[in-house]
Write a protein that binds this ligand. Structure first.
Ligand SMILES: *Cc1c(COP(=O)(O)O)cnc(C)c1O
Length: 362
């Protein structure tokens, strides 16, 4: 050995690009680029966090028993089939690291979460990207890509950045069609925004090879706290737990997340408000000639007629201090992913885009 060499795959990782948070020369920036909750953090979590702060000199619980109990009571799942991580990103990392390695393949879809290929490469595995059909996950394309080397299928449902949802019957067809050596991971980061959807819970409950992940980062407004969880077969959770660091979640994070999950009224309220503003934003975008699918999330993907048109729309929003997410890296160079804000914020987006179209027509 003559030099230090990283593990295979690591140098193929392109650094994750987060949503922008600053605009040069603008204060009062409205950040609609990272699907954060316009209502802020769930207040119960802030109270619990402050109370827990006095205990920070003590190491946190290693088994997350209180948080898992709260999750089990609220969601009706078995506490010993729940695993908690530093965001659902870490739970996804547990799965990819525990069940794949060099020579193995991890399937994700064309417009899936940009963390998926990174997670595959972190494990030394090979990411395999399959196309979607009109911005909806294509079950046949996934099944057609499965090989002897496939270990995991990563599915975002509802999708990001598409906002579309694969119907339950199609998710079941996917689960039915996968060989038993392949784990289906259903990333349900936006589940609470999708009316009548269980996030894959019933499948994770009954299938030996289906795992569901959920997050506190979106509807609970706790993206900065970093807590997520997974639910699935005991046998899989047991393996993943062995590679979880014992103190991965801090005392304050555990306390805040426990209070958050018990505040179901908050979730209902935020989901209702989001649905109202989402319908308003979707309607306005379409009227302004920006195509969009119906969204089951807290964002809308607007598609401009061309990249130049998208550039101009983004420039108009930026000029008004509004940050959105361009999604060229997700296969939509003409796309603008706009987080659904509160009523005032949505009004600000619509006004900026309306002015832009009016000025272009003048
Ligand atoms: C936001 C998001 C998550 C959440 O990740 P955390 O690590 O829990 O913050 C997971 N998956 C997708 C597709 C997301 O958009």
């Amino acid at each position: 050995m003559t030099r230090i060499t990283p593990q295979p795959g690591i140098m193929d990782i392109a650094l994750y690009q987060g949503g922008a948070s600053h605009l040069a020369g603008v204060d009062n920036v409205l950040k609609l680029s990272s699907n954060e909750n316009p209502a802020g953090p769930v207040p119960a979590a802030m109270t619990a966090l402050a109370e827990a702060a006095g205990g920070m000199h003590l190491y946190p619980s290693t088994d997350h028993a209180d948080l898992r109990t709260a999750i089990s009571e609220v969601w009706g799942v078995a506490a010993d089939r729940v695993i908690c991580g530093v965001g659902s990103d870490e739970v996804l990392q547990f799965v990819t690291q525990a069940f794949s390695g060099p020579g193995d393949e991890i399937i994700h879809t064309a417009h899936g979460f940009s963390m998926y290929p990174i997670l595959a490469r972190m494990a030394g595995a090979t990411p395999v990207c399959v196309p979607e059909a009109d911005r909806v996950v294509d079950v046949d394309a996934i099944l057609g890509a499965v090989t002897q080397a496939t270990r995991i299928v990563l599915l975002t449902n509802p999708g990001n950045p598409t906002g579309t949802r694969l119907p339950d019957s199609e998710v079941v067809r996917l689960a039915d069609g996968l060989p038993m050596h392949v784990i289906l991971v259903i990333d349900g980061a936006y589940t609470e925004y999708a009316d009548g959807y269980d996030g894959g819970l019933a499948l994770a409950e009954t299938r030996p090879n289906v795992l569901m992940t959920r997050t506190f980062s979106k509807i609970y407004g706790l993206g900065g706290l970093r807590v997520g969880w997974g639910y699935g077969p005991r046998a899989l959770i047991d393996v993943m737990t062995r590679i979880r660091q014992p103190f991965n979640l801090s005392t304050v994070a555990l306390a805040a997340a426990e209070a958050a999950v018990r505040d179901t009224a908050w979730v209902d309220d935020c989901a209702t408000r989001n649905a109202t503003q989402r319908a308003r934003l979707t309607g306005a975008l379409r009227q302004l000639g920006l195509a969009c699918d119906d969204s089951d999330t807290n964002f809308v993907l607007a598609r401009a007629a061309s990249v130049a048109d998208a550039d101009a729309a983004e420039a108009a929003l930026n000029a008004d201090g509004i940050l959105i997410r361009r999604v060229g890296g997700y296969g939509f160079p003409e796309g603008l992913r706009i987080t659904v804000g509160d009523a005032d914020q949505t009004g600000r987006v619509i006004a900026a885009l309306t002015r832009w179209r009016e000025e272009a027509a003048a």
